[in-house]
Design a protein. Structure first.
Length: 392
């Protein structure tokens, strides 16, 4: 589809990429200010670092290193546990895992640190796990909204509490929620994340925000360009490392919540053992006659409707065999007419690389929502589901 094209009006608001051409049009299509929330990421790191220090996270080291770290969280809060595990890396001396649900694993006990993360401080699954951890005598760190049930739980237990100021939506408060976890891991000598890295990561997030700002034209704005390319396609988002896998999963979640759009998560090398076969299937484009997918000026009107689009989250630190698999997978996709888009990590430290991948993807999903005529902020289906559960 050519730039500025309008899809049929039966889709939510209709696809119209011309909405991305002016800052005024973008602002009008984003009444909840999701782009402003995303742009606050660098400031979140600095504020969260200050709040975590004021909460006395260094005291966690007084009881020594835990047997394991278990992060309890859901949605935009739960992803903080995945970021923590990826930044700690495979060399971490203790296991780090995320629990998304109501139940704490049976083996978790007093020797373990349980970190409950909830931006609102009232997520029912997270509160259930935190309360169970308190009953079992686990070490507790609670991260969330002030004057919330989570904060109250901290007061009634021996848990350490770090307050978080929401950027507006939990999914836009990733770094405000994650930095306390990283500083806790630093205090326990599970991760090397000095203040200098936190500041350099904040600076890189601000650089991405500048490049992806609303008044930046599509031909120089990577997020607008990718959003336009993805429109009407089915994104398969693959990571090329543990760091990139988390960013790929995050992008799929953001596609869901911001753009109300599907996304299929995968990571290499695993995706080469299953998802790669879909290039030859119903949503592939081998017979779609769409032309060279690398031709920027091709006429997209002949492309297969709702075909696959491979998005590769490419890390700078990849296993050599994974790098080969990434290259060949992209070649196979292109040979079958499946477009391929790469989002490349920037920086040296795992946190910098993670943050740059996540930031670009966050902007992509908001711009895609705007191009589709979808308000990126509300999550009406989630609210309806919660209300209906409460009525049962």
């Amino acid at each position: 589809m050519s730039a500025g094209a309008v899809d049929d009006p039966g889709s939510p608001g209709g696809l119209d990429t011309s909405r991305l051409e002016s800052a005024a049009a973008i602002e009008a299509a984003d009444p909840g200010g999701m782009l402003r929330q995303v742009a606050s990421s660098g400031a979140q790191i600095r504020e969260a670092r200050m709040l975590a220090a004021e909460a006395g996270l260094d005291r966690l080291a007084d009881e020594g290193r835990p047997r394991a770290v278990v992060v309890a969280g859901m949605g935009g809060s739960g992803i903080s546990g995945d970021v923590l595990a990826a930044v700690c890396g495979p060399g971490c001396p203790v296991p780090v895992l995320t629990v998304r649900g109501y139940r704490l694993p049976g083996w978790v006990g007093a020797a373990d640190l349980v970190i409950a993360v909830s931006c609102s401080g009232s997520t029912e699954e997270t509160l259930a796990v935190a309360a169970e951890a308190a009953r079992r005598g686990c070490r507790l760190l609670l991260v969330g909204g002030r004057e919330s049930p989570l904060a109250e739980l901290a007061e009634n237990t021996r848990g350490l509490f770090v307050p978080v100021r929401s950027a507006g939506q939990p999914r836009a408060t990733l770094w405000g929620l994650t930095v306390p976890l990283l500083m806790a891991a630093r205090a326990l000598r599970l991760a090397d994340v000095p203040d200098e890295v936190l500041e350099s990561t904040a600076s890189r997030l601000e650089d991405v925000a500048h490049r992806c700002r609303p008044d930046s034209e599509a031909f120089v704005n990577p997020a607008k360009r990718i959003a336009t390319d993805l429109a009407r396609d089915i994104p398969m988002v693959w990571g090329s490392s543990t760091i990139a896998d988390v960013a790929a999963y995050r992008m799929c979640c953001q596609l869901n919540e911001n753009a109300k759009y599907p996304g299929v998560f995968g990571g290499l090398p695993e995706a080469d053992h299953n998802q790669v076969v879909t290039f030859d299937g119903f949503f592939g484009r081998a017979s779609g006659g769409g032309g060279d997918p690398d031709d920027f000026f091709r006429d997209r009107t002949g492309d297969a409707e709702h075909g696959l689009h491979l998005v590769v989250m490419r890390d700078t630190d990849e296993h050599p065999q994974v790098a080969k698999r990434r290259e060949v997978s992209a070649e196979m996709a292109a040979a079958r007419g499946v477009p391929v888009t790469e989002i490349r990590a920037e920086g040296e430290h795992p946190l910098e690389r993670m943050a740059t991948l996540v930031a670009v993807a966050d902007y992509v999903t908001v711009y895609l929502a705007i191009a589709l005529g979808v308000d990126p902020t509300p999550v009406a289906a989630i609210q309806e589901l919660k209300a209906r559960i409460a009525d049962v």
